[in-house]
Write a protein that binds this ligand. Structure first.
Ligand SMILES: Cc1cc2nc3c(=O)[nH]c(=O)nc-3n(C[C@H](O)[C@H](O)[C@H](O)COP(=O)(O)OP(=O)(O)OC[C@H]3O[C@@H](n4cnc5c(N)ncnc54)[C@H](O)[C@@H]3O)c2cc1C
Length: 368
């Protein structure tokens, strides 16, 4: 497809926004559609750890995207900051995993992948994180893990797109289905009427499966609800990220502490619940007892786009020429976004891909 092609992207979360930026930088024109304001769903709700929670439990397909992205994140944040004046606040704190059952597997993975993850004494851990609760017995630590302030990341991406003459962002424009010419997809039907394009990209997060079902395709992406709570503390309260029993605390630079998250299969319901609130508070106070006295300033839920094994769908759908996917990033869409969107743009332009695209190819994983 020529570099002057017009692309429509459905969904302005982190994936749609960064796909738009990557394609626009190659010269084509891009229209990005969202049924609400950009970046208000999972990409806003997430914690923003720039790593899978337990990276050694994932397939090489997820690891490849994660490593490329982790290396690129500081550069992406700098570029966005310079271009827009908005700082996505990539905060490299390192991460402690406490009392893991599969510590040996984690350390073996780190040796294989050459990641700076090692076992540390509890004395050193308590010295680094004085607010940590009592009773933890083992820790491993990876120094280069960052978190990104994802609501600011999506704001900065939107502002960067607003500065590009070849990009249009249409918010509050719902996509209801696809315009077809035979098997080819040549546009989308929106609440405001049809829009045509050379290429249509589905980046609608947890809702991608619903839209693809209108073509009779079964995309195994389902909503997985996650709830988080937010505290405000002193900036020095928590210098590192900590994680135990599936629950984590993430310090932002200004002393906000996010604690997450639940993993719930509740359809498209995003209502925060008291049960999750109490469970998250109990985890927060076990990890960091000082949070019992801290101000709690938020509680929300988001819907992760859950795909099998957390492997996203990236690339064209050959039985519907013109239709492309970039969706299904499950628990890792923020960390995987830079590599996924760069890989997408490589495939769309015929450039040599940054990594082998085969594991993410939609064709073999879609059911008709
Ligand atoms: C509690 C929680 C914690 C998380 N923590 C992390 C973390 O620490 N690190 C990490 O990497 N990831 C994390 N994630 C996962 C991450 O947030 C997601 O994988 C990622 O945001 C997915 O991005 P997306 O752009 O695909 O989806 P979304 O951000 O959900 O965007 C999809 C967009 O599509 C739009 N849309 C849907 N249907 C239509 C339609 N018909 N027409 C037009 N627009 C439509 C929506 O309005 C939305 O804006 C977390 C998620 C949650 C919920």
């Amino acid at each position: 497809m020529s570099t002057t092609a017009h692309t429509l992207i459905v969904g302005a979360g982190a994936i749609g926004l960064l796909t738009a930026l990557s394609l626009a930088e190659q010269g084509g024109s891009v229209t990005l559609l969202d049924r609400q304001a950009a970046g208000r769903e999972s990409s806003w709700a997430g914690g923003g750890i720039v790593s899978p929670l337990y990276p050694w439990r994932y397939s090489p397909a997820v690891t490849a995207l994660a490593h490329w992205s982790q290396d690129f994140y500081p550069q992406l944040a700098d570029q966005l900051h310079q271009r827009t004046g908005l700082d996505p606040e990539v905060h490299t704190t390192g991460l402690y995993w406490l009392d893991l059952d599969d510590e040996a597997e984690a350390l073996a993975w780190a040796r294989r992948e050459r990641r700076p993850l090692s076992a540390v004494s509890m004395a050193a851990t308590y010295a680094q994180v004085p607010a940590l609760g009592p009773g933890f017995e083992r820790a491993i630590y990876m120094a280069d893990v960052a978190n990104v302030r994802n609501p600011r990341l999506v704001k900065a991406l939107k502002a960067a797109l607003a500065r590009l003459p070849n990009v249009t962002v249409r918010e509050h424009c719902e996509v209801r289905g696809f315009v077809q010419q035979g098997a080819a997809v040549v546009g989308v039907n929106t609440a405001d009427g049809p829009l045509l394009a050379d290429r249509v990209v589905l980046a609608a997060g947890a809702w991608s499966g619903e839209l693809l079902a209108t073509l009779g395709l079964a995309l195994p992406v389902e909503p997985v609800k996650g709830q988080m709570i937010l505290y405000k503390c002193d900036e020095a309260f928590l210098p590192r990220m900590v994680l135990a029993k599936g629950r984590y605390a993430i310090p932002r630079r200004d002393g906000h502490i996010l604690v997450g998250s639940t993993l719930e299969h509740a359809g498209f319901d995003k209502t925060p619940t008291d049960e999750a609130l109490h469970s998250l508070m109990a985890s927060a106070e076990a990890l960091l007892p000082g949070l019992a006295r801290a101000e709690r300033v938020g509680h929300w839920a988001g819907l992760r786009p859950g795909a099998p094994d957390g492997i996203p769908f990236i690339g064209p759908v050959s039985r519907h020429p013109g239709l492309w996917l970039n969706c299904g990033h499950y628990r890792n869409g923020l960390v995987l976004a830079p590599a996924s969107c760069r890989l997408f743009a490589d495939l769309a332009s015929g450039r040599r891909p940054i990594i082998d695209p085969a594991p993410y190819a939609p064709d073999v994983r879609l059911v008709q």
